[in-house]
Ligand binder design. Structure first.
Ligand code: ZN
Length: 132
């Protein structure tokens, strides 16, 4: 499958191009930095651009609700849709986050595609009972 090849290629490409931050300490801190920048890009979509809003409050869950019902009862608290400019920034930050995740997998000899497949199988097995 083309997407499978993309994950494998990403990990190989990251291995080829990562020069300056090959230390586990650099990769760990760059991963945290990327996560912070991703969070900031989403926050700026709310506070600077305003294309999306966050409207959060405690959700009351009916006693008779099943786990399957929670998907319809609980929401993301996001209202609106990101504009193209904010989407571009968020996608860039997601890409950088993936880059350092692939770098982390490389340095620890973990196959990112194997992890994705394993996680997918676990989610399919547990369904809504994974409680994620
Ligand atoms: Zn925007």
């Amino acid at each position: 499958m083309l997407k499978d090849i993309a994950y494998s290629n990403l990990q190989d490409t990251v291995s080829d191009v990562l020069l300056c931050h090959r230390s586990i300490l650099d990769i760990l801190t760059k991963t945290q930095e990327c996560n912070a920048r991703l969070n900031r890009s989403i926050t700026k979509a709310v506070t600077s651009c305003g294309c999306i809003k966050i409207n959060a409050c405690k959700k009351e869950i009916p006693c008779e609700a099943s786990l399957a019902d929670l998907k319809d009862i609980l929401d993301s608290h996001i209202k609106g849709t990101m504009c193209p400019a904010c989407r571009e920034v968020v996608e860039t930050e997601v890409g950088k986050t993936l880059f350092y995740l692939a770098a982390l997998c490389n340095i620890l000899d973990v196959d990112l595609l194997d992890v994705i497949i394993k996680e997918q199988k676990q989610l399919q097995t547990l369904g809504v009972y994974n409680l994620a």
